[in-house]
Design a protein. Sequence first.
Length: 385
Amino acid sequence: MSLPQFMRLGYLLLLLIICPPLVRAQTQPPAAEAQPTKAKGDKPSFIPFPIVFSQPETGLGYGLAVLPVFRLGTDSTTRKSNARLIGWRTQNKQSLIQLTHSVFTPGERFLLSGEASFYNRFPINYYGFGPTTTLADKSVIEYQVFVFQQRALKRLAPAFFAGLQYRLTDLRNVRVNEGIGNVPLNSRLFDRPAREYEQNTFIAGLGPALLYDGRDNVLSTFRGSYLDMSALFNGKGLGSDYRFTRYVLDARHFRSLTTDNSTILALQLVGQLQAGDVPFRELANLGGANLLRGYYEGRFRDRQLLAAQAEIRRALFGRFNGVLFGGVGQVGNTLGDFDRGGLKLAGGAGLRFQFNRRDRLNVRLDYGVGRGSSSGVYFGIGESF
C-alpha cells in the first residue's frame, strides 16, 4: 500500500467516523437531552482485585487494581464515570503506579479526565527512531519517569466538550543496560543529541482540546462516535526543557451490525503530528496494547504518526466475546518519510471476559502479529479503543 492509498484510506475512515454523529445531531434529539429519570439500584461499584497480565513490553506482570465505576448525581442520562488505580511489577523488573480517571459531572456539564503515572526503573527495548529501524537495532535502555496529565472540558452542546489540557513529563536516570549485539554502550540512543540521555528532562505543555463523545458506554461501546482534537504547546514559559508543539487527532466510530448488539464494528483513526525539538521519549510511538497490536510499543517512533485500525467484536457465549482486529500505520520525521520502510501492518484475534457485566468492563486476551515476524500476546483490562 502506497502513501497516497494510505492517505485516502485515512480520509475515508475519518468521513465514516465524523459524518454519522453530525447527521444524527441534525435529525434526532440527542440522548443527553432526554427527560431525566432516577436510576434505581445504581450505586458506585468499587472492586479491588489482584491482576496478572502479559505483554511483549513487560513479560509476565502482577499487581493490584481498583476499578471504580460510578455515576455522579441521580440522573440516569448522565453516563457513568470510571477511574483506575493500578500498581504492578513485571518479570522484566519494571514497576508502575498509575491513577487514571474519566469523570462526567451531573448532567454532563463538565468532563474531567487525566492520569498520574510513576514508572520506576523501567527498562524497555529501544530500536531507534524512524520508519526503517530493524529488530537488529534493539538495545535495552532504562529510565525513571513521572507523567501527569489533566483535562477540564465544559459541555457546549449535547456530547460536545471544549476546554484546556496540561501535561508534564519528568524523565530521569536514562541509561543503557544492554547494547546492540551485547556490545556495551552500543545503542541507537546515542544517535540522539547528548542532552537527551546525559541529563534529566522536564517537559511541560498547555493547550486546547475539543471533544465529541457520543458513545453509549465509554468502557465498551456498542454504538456512537468519538472525535478528539487537541494541541499541546510545550515551552520554556511553563518550565519545559524543550520547545515543541503536538497536535493529536483520535477519531472512532462504533456500529452494531445486529439488532441484539451481538456483533459490533469498531473503527479508529489516529494522528499525532509534532513540530519543533522533540526528545526521544516524547516522539509518537507505534505498537503496544492499544495501537497496532503485534508490534512492540515504541518499535517504531518519530515526530509524525498516522494509523488506522478496525475490530469486529462478537458475542460468543455467557460472558465471553471474541474479537478480530487489523490495522495499518506509519511514522516519519515528516509526512514525506511515510514512503520509506513500507507501511506497518498488524492483525490478530482475541477473547473478552465480562468481568463487570452491568458496566461492560472487560478483561481481554489478544494475540497480534505484525509485519516482519513481530508478534505479541496482550492480557489486560478494558478494550483497546
